[in-house]
Design a binder for this molecule. Structure first.
Ligand SMILES: CC(C)(COP(=O)(O)OP(=O)(O)OC[C@H]1O[C@@H](n2cnc3c(N)ncnc32)[C@H](O)[C@@H]1OP(=O)(O)O)[C@@H](O)C(=O)NCCC(=O)NCCS
Length: 452
């Protein structure tokens, strides 16, 4: 660790490149920027690296300062025109073949067994719903817990090409009761211009009674094994916690739609310089959209809206490569699951689109309010109106749909509207991770991906 702590490595490199007379001033400025980014990443990693990770330290993820510096050096080489270096920044961390993958499932503690969940079977869907409803993600004060609806879960784990074998669970052998779950769905990703077949991992959950017994690593290893047997070796996932392998970190912002209720449940407070009445007034949203022709997305819009979105996402460093069928699955409106809107030109060309998904949270301890209804900003593209106007219309629709709050990450171009539309910064970060794929650190505004 000493060479990383004393800072000598990259300071030396800085001198070298400054002295390179062949580089123009712009190139030098660009390189200086990259060097600063490497230094920042390095400082960050040093902070993170104080914890050792018994499991994650054995996994193929970018996890130490050496990787970071190597990436920095490659970035410098690219910046100084040595194009050949570009290829080294992307690729598997660990090369594998299906033949080399273990054939037997990983063993579980005595009394437990693996099973898969067919969410199209009402009883199995109920089991998954109940495990998550009682044991999934909570806020730091344990006041709120995600309550993904059954319809949402079916939608989230059954996109085109999904495999039941990857809706993995652990149950008690005797009772059949579920104690753990993890899911993987296929999704090709674009990472720095390279298309990579991946899965998205979601819904990792261990029953509260079995926490801290190292069941999570077994779930992760078993889903990895099953995914690898399908010929896919990389994954993308997000988590609130900081773990090795993070490629970027975004922050949640919240826009109150039902201010009074959010105060009552303890989600927000009346600012000290406002009364409840002023705060309610300030948080009003338009009851009618301002954008001309704004309406719910329909099947006839799918091909055009898909093109609009994919052209837009090409501006980002990490984004999903959606086929038309995948786009239809993820974006076309589904009652209480996902809402999407478009506006078109006179000839029907889709010019603007916005969308949100529904993810309520249970109010764990509140005597009267059972839920906060939350809309989460999904994919938004504005080409003929300001993004701020489109999103203000979207806020109005979310409120009309019964949502109490509208949440958005500071990814893509969301920074363009967060402040002006009165979003407040939340206290939660969302870390983006890649498993077994090299990727330089990305800034939130370089991320074109929203996971559920
Ligand atoms: C996340 C959860 C499954 C972890 O289970 P646990 O019983 O707390 O932890 P275990 O003893 O089984 O395993 C610990 C290992 O899992 C890792 N881990 C913890 N949370 C993780 C996450 N969200 N994703 C991946 N790995 C995680 C830990 O870092 C640790 O590995 P390490 O020693 O290499 O650092 C469990 O706390 C849970 O169900 N929480 C509520 C739901 C939730 O937060 N899910 C994750 C959503 S991103």
């Amino acid at each position: 660790m000493s060479e990383f702590n004393n800072g000598a490595g990259s300071a030396d490199k800085k001198e070298d490149t400054k002295g390179d007379s062949k580089l123009s001033l712009t190139e030098q400025a660009r390189i200086a920027k990259i060097q600063d980014a490497v230094l920042r990443a390095r400082m960050l990693r040093e902070k993170k690296d104080t914890t050792s990770h018994k499991f994650w330290d054995t996994q193929p993820v970018v996890r130490d300062i050496k990787d970071e510096l190597e990436k920095g050096v490659q970035a410098l080489q690219i910046a100084s025109g040595k194009e050949g270096a570009a290829e080294k920044t992307s690729g598997y961390i660990k090369e594998q073949t299906v033949e080399g993958i273990r054939k037997e499932p990983y063993p579980l503690p005595a009394g437990f067994e693996w099973c898969v969940l067919d969410v199209n079977d009402a009883e199995q869907l109920d089991m998954m719903y109940n495990l998550l409803n009682r044991n999934y993600v909570e806020d730091d004060d344990n006041m709120f817990r995600f309550d993904y609806s059954r319809d949402f879960l079916k939608w989230a784990v059954c996109p085109p090409g999904y495999k039941v074998d990857l809706h993995l669970a652990v149950r008690a052998q005797k009772t059949g009761k579920l104690f753990g779950v993890i899911t993987a769905i296929p999704q090709a990703m674009m990472v720095e211009g390279v298309k990579v077949e991946m899965v998205e991992i979601n819904f990792l959950c261990v029953h509260k009674k079995l926490r801290s017994k190292r069941l999570a690593p077994v779930l992760i290893k078993e889903i990895t094994r099953r995914v690898n047997l399908t010929g896919v070796f990389s994954a993308v996932y997000t988590a609130g916690v900081v773990l090795p392998g993070s490629i970027g970190c975004a922050r949640y912002y919240h826009r109150s739609l039902q201010f009074k209720k959010l105060v009552e449940v303890g989600f927000t407070r009346v600012p000290s310089n406002q009364t409840m009445a002023t705060a309610v007034k300030l948080n009003r949203v338009p009851s009618q959209p301002v954008t001309n022709g704004f309406r719910a997305m329909e099947e006839r819009d799918v091909v055009g809206a898909h093109k609009l979105l994919m052209d837009y996402l090409a501006n980002f460093k990490v984004y999903p490569f959606l086929t038309v069928d995948e786009f239809r699955h993820w974006i076309l409106p589904k009652n209480k699951v996902v809402n999407s809107y478009v506006s078109t030109s006179a000839d029907g060309t889709v010019e603007n689109m916005c969308s949100f998904y529904h993810l309520p949270s249970s109010c764990v301890k509140h005597p009267t309010h059972s839920h906060i209804f939350a809309a989460y900003s999904y994919y938004n593209v504005a080409t003929t109106v300001p993004l701020k106007q489109l999103m203000n219309d979207c806020l109005g629709q979310a409120k009309a749909e019964g949502q109490d709050v509208f949440n958005a990450l500071n990814v893509m171009e969301n920074d363009k509207f967060l402040h002006d539309l009165r979003f407040g910064m939340g206290d939660g970060n969302l870390n983006y991770y890649l498993f077994n794929w090299k990727c330089p650190d990305v800034q939130p505004e370089e991320i074109g991906l929203v996971l559920l």
